[in-house]
Design a protein around this ligand. Structure first.
Ligand SMILES: Cc1cc2nc3c(=O)[nH]c(=O)nc-3n(C[C@H](O)[C@H](O)[C@H](O)COP(=O)(O)OP(=O)(O)OC[C@H]3O[C@@H](n4cnc5c(N)ncnc54)[C@H](O)[C@@H]3O)c2cc1C
Length: 384
């Protein structure tokens, strides 16, 4: 017998995106107060038995299931209820199983729409799909139930139709915890996506799976996504500035837990913003405790709707231009997390303007200063 194989040794399983770990949800609650326009779920997930670990700055991938009401509406509109389908290499699968976890019923792309038009013989739709502008306007807020209402399913098999739909992909969430503060756990901060469109209530697949369907004590598949470009400085004595409005706060909870556990001496400055202080100040008690025990040196808040005019985190940055520049000159790391479409651009512009104004630099010099920060990984963004 080969001495290198010992049957009594347990085999080491590595979990990743293609072999996700089935993790138990320990606890979840809404971070927003009564009367808020938002719902942001704090979720605590057990890593027990996984052998997995992560670092602050990494993200967690979650594989969701489609919501039962969406599946029901889809089956009703497609008239495919009760059918067996082939999917990938598998045959004779109950359609319900395939719709639950394997296909995206929400996202309608130009490619899939034109494939559908060809399959179902909707020549008028096929013609329209050549027009990129028409497609982007038509698909905004529409899911496959809406498409089937406008262009009913005809002329193809259930398997052919299901086969063209996009696979249901996992969603990433910035990790909101440090293993040093919560051994064997990973925490998330998830904003529920809910909106009305075309006469129906619509829900983001994964955010509302976490909010509505993943019950405490139940399992769901997860994996870790390393983000080497969004890490705390190795030297704990360096200051950090963290800009994280809304769910952008998530990795900074992880950063502060880690810095507190390490006893890092570097200064910490947090910028947070949302709609209203009374209902949307996420993790308020954590920040207050950190301020009391000296972990958090400064907190600047921007609640956009608590006064007649809007205030955002970039306004708070500009108000503190002198100190921000001083911290940067001391070697501070500057982090931004959250909305990519507007916030990150506005914060980037504010940083550039602060550097130009406080450093007495022209446009090119300020741009070079900011670029150098990025190159040294002292200006890092986790935006989506
Ligand atoms: C690295 C990374 C980190 C992230 N971290 C976090 C995090 O910490 N917390 C967090 O909450 N999210 C985070 N996200 C975003 C997250 O991955 C998901 O994209 C988000 O939860 C939405 O996914 P969903 O499945 O719920 O919605 P989906 O089913 O993907 O639906 C979202 C889509 O719905 C449509 N839509 C939304 N609102 C409307 C509307 N009003 N009208 C019409 N259409 C609309 C848009 O097409 C939008 O793209 C992160 C993303 C990345 C890439």
């Amino acid at each position: 017998m080969d001495s290198s194989t010992n049957e009594s040794e347990p085999s080491i399983v590595t979990y990743d995106k293609s072999n996700p770990f089935s993790a138990v949800l320990l606890k979840k609650f809404d971070l927003n107060g009564t009367g808020s326009a938002k719902e942001t779920i704090h979720a605590e997930i057990s890593l027990d038995g996984s052998g997995l670990d992560y670092e602050p700055g990494d993200a967690l991938g979650v594989f969701a299931e489609n919501a039962p009401d969406l599946i029901e509406a889809f089956l009703q509109e497609s008239e495919l209820d009760g059918q067996k389908v082939s999917h990938g290499d598998e045959i004779d699968l109950p359609i319900l199983d395939v719709l639950k976890t394997r296909v995206d019923l929400r996202v309608v792309t130009k490619l899939v729409l034109s494939k559908y038009a060809k399959l179902s013989g909707h020549d008028d739709l096929l013609e329209k799909t050549a027009d990129r502008e028409w497609v982007s306007e038509y698909t905004w807020g529409r899911d496959w139930v809406d498409v089937l209402k406008d262009y009913p399913l005809t002329g193809c098999s259930a398997s052919d139709f299901i086969g063209i739909l996009r696979p249901l992909s996992p969603r990433l969430y910035s990790i909101a915890s440090s293993l040093k503060a919560h051994p064997n756990e990973v925490h998330l901060t998830v904003a529920s996506v809910r909106y009305e469109a075309f006469g129906r209530s619509k829900k983001g697949v994964c955010s509302t799976f976490i909010a509505d369907m993943w019950d405490e004590g139940e399992k769901a598949p997860i994996y870790f996504h390393n983000n080497k470009n969004f890490k705390l400085p190795k030297d704990g004595s360096l200051p950090v500035i963290m800009v994280g409005p809304g769910t952008g706060i998530a990795p900074f909870r992880a950063f502060l837990e880690e810095r507190a556990a390490d006893g890092s001496s570097g200064k910490n400055w947090l910028f947070f913003g949302d709609q209203h202080a009374a209902t949307d100040y996420l993790y308020q008690s954590d920040w207050e405790t950190y301020q009391k025990n000296g972990v958090l040196d400064r907190v600047d808040l921007a609640f956009s709707r608590d006064q007649d005019f809007k205030i955002y985190v970039q306004d708070r940055l500009r108000e503190n231009a002198k100190d921000i520049y001083a911290w940067l000159e001391e070697g501070a790391y500057f982090y931004v997390c959250g909305d990519a479409s507007r916030m990150a651009k506005d914060v980037h512009q504010a940083l550039h303007d602060i550097v130009a104004e406080q450093g007495g630099m022209n446009e090119d010099e300020a741009a070079a200063y900011v670029k150098a920060l990025q190159k040294e990984k002292r200006y890092a963004r986790d935006v989506y």
